[in-house]
Design a protein around this ligand. Structure first.
Ligand SMILES: [Zn+2]
Length: 395
């Protein structure tokens, strides 16, 4: 059962993680910035930073300089000796792993594309990718996993995704923890993606955001008041199976007229090939979106996507919409068109314009999101060990 109260040590870890997050994500770069941003006393910040320096997590990049135009505070940066994280993305016919530092710089990356024959085949490939990254001999503190859904985050399990080669009930978290003896943090691919965008990407300055990713499936990640939402049973939100037509075709989920059926990339690609008689790939067609036949298919897709976005928008009143996956190949005018439509049709907050943007990490939001899931555990003070030594309680 999750603890509701905070003990003195929890408070220490929480302040420690907050300071690390502000430095690692570039929001603060000096002790003075940190004191202002956190409201902690200068003495407390000095002790936390001193602790991080002694542990090799943070270092001083420049000494304090005094000149006629004033004092320049000592700049703090994440040390090259700081722990690293591994992010793993599990998709329907694709798996990737990335080794990142706490600034989300990539140190190493590997990937494999294939249709998985069964659970064992999938996990063999995941293990091989992680093994390769661990051979770099970096100090890895945790592994984050982003997976195609539905997933059960409480159990760390892939439940039963569609078009997933009949793989279901796969306890990925447990299997990775058993093999590597490292903490593993597991979540839905788009819940990880929205985390990456909120920490390091285009969602940095927002508390509420909706990320929608269009690919073979259509999924979403949601942050409300700075927190990703999950149900008490550990399930993530699924925009793809929000119906936009109750009289529509029957979906494989049993419902009718699900958004995913009208906007997923396989269906759109088939329509584009039929409309043009050409065999280009999705990005190839997007490069020719000025052509009437291509634009006609995309206008229908955008119209359907907007209906789904409005349904979610009217429930959440989110501050920002991010579009990822194959939307990253769309011309910018489609993104602007969606922004216009969403703001015209949304019910509440008529005076506030909601921006619609592509994801900062483009096609890699989910993969970086996996790494961010592990880093975020440090920021939340969830990782115990040598990095959490004595620091004072915040003032
Ligand atoms: Zn459905």
């Amino acid at each position: 059962m999750k603890k509701l109260g905070k003990n003195r040590d929890d408070q220490k870890r929480s302040n420690w993680g907050l300071v690390l997050r502000l430095l690692a994500t570039g929001r603060c770069s000096s002790r003075i910035d940190l004191a202002k941003a956190t409201g902690l006393t200068k003495a407390t910040i000095t002790q936390i930073v001193g602790d991080m320096i002694s542990q090799g997590i943070v270092e001083e990049a420049e000494k304090e300089v005094r000149s006629e135009i004033g004092r320049h505070p000592t700049k703090l940066v994440i040390s090259g000796r700081a722990p690293k994280v591994i992010g793993v993305l599990i998709d329907r016919a694709y798996c990737a792993a990335v080794l990142c530092d706490l600034n989300m710089n990539v140190l190493s990356r590997s990937e494999v594309r294939k249709e998985w024959s069964d659970k064992e085949d999938l996990m063999d490939n995941v293990f091989r990718l992680v093994d390769d990254l661990l051979e770099t001999k970096q100090c890895v503190i945790a592994i984050g996993v982003a997976s195609v859904g539905p997933v059960n985050t409480g159990e760390g399990m892939i439940v039963n995704p569609f078009y997933f080669h009949d793989i279901h009930d796969l306890p990925v978290k447990r299997l990775l923890e058993e093999r590597y003896s490292l903490p593993v943090f597991f979540d839905h691919d788009n819940q990880c993606a929205v985390l990456a965008e909120s920490l390091y990407g285009n969602g940095k300055n927002y508390q509420d955001m909706l990320l929608v990713s269009v690919a073979r499936g259509v999924g979403c990640g949601i942050i409300v008041q700075g927190h990703r939402i999950h149900s008490a049973y550990g399930y993530a939100p699924e925009i793809g199976h929000v119906s936009i037509d109750h009289m529509g075709e029957k979906c494989s989920c049993g419902n009718r007229g699900c958004l995913e059926m009208y906007t997923n990339s396989d269906t759109i690609l088939k329509k584009l090939r039929l409309a043009t008689g050409e065999k280009l790939d999705y990005a190839g067609f997007m490069a020719r979106s000025e052509e009437k036949a291509v634009d006609g298919v995309m206008q229908e897709c955008i119209g359907n996507l907007v209906i789904g976005l409005i349904s979610v928008m009217n429930i959440l009143n989110t501050q920002l919409i991010l579009l990822g996956g194959d939307c990253c190949a769309w011309p910018d005018r489609y993104i602007r068109q969606i922004e216009e439509e969403v703001n015209r049709l949304k019910f509440g907050n008529k005076n506030i314009r909601i921006p619609v943007r592509k994801t900062f990490f483009l096609y890699d939001s989910q993969l970086f999101g996996a790494a961010c899931h592990a880093v975020n555990a440090m920021f939340n003070g969830e990782l115990s060990g040598p990095v959490m030594r004595e620091t004072p309680v915040g003032a």
